[in-house]
Write a protein of this length. Structure first.
Length: 109
């Protein structure tokens, strides 16, 4: 567990405060490798406006790449036209009617 001291003003007096991070508030961010200003700029822009006491442990920073296999390997399939879809629905309706007719003929015997 990381603990540290930092200067803060409480009740109008400067003090040295010890902090211990709350594990429930742990968060991970993906920061672009070529982010202008680095991690500090990203935290300042994206997180600190909402959580002013946001900080990070430089020892926890991991550098890596995210590869979206879907982006490179996914092949889109052509969407069917409305005419094709309508024809399929009509064929299925006809098939259902024929099956119903067969069932009702068997019941009359």
């Amino acid at each position: 567990m990381i603990r540290d001291l930092f200067e803060a003003t409480t009740e109008g007096k400067p003090r040295v405060v010890e902090y211990e991070p709350d594990g429930d508030l742990h968060h991970t961010e993906l920061v672009p490798l070529l982010e202008a200003g680095g991690i500090e700029a990203c935290i300042g822009r994206e997180l600190q406006p909402y959580a002013p006491d946001t900080w990070y442990d430089p020892a926890s920073v991991k550098v890596g790449c995210e590869i979206s296999f879907t982006r490179y390997l996914y092949n889109r399939q052509r969407l069917r036209s409305l005419v094709e879809i309508r024809a399929e629905i009509l064929a299925l309706e006809k098939e259902a009617e024929d099956l119903l007719a067969q069932i009702t003929r068997h019941d009359q015997r």
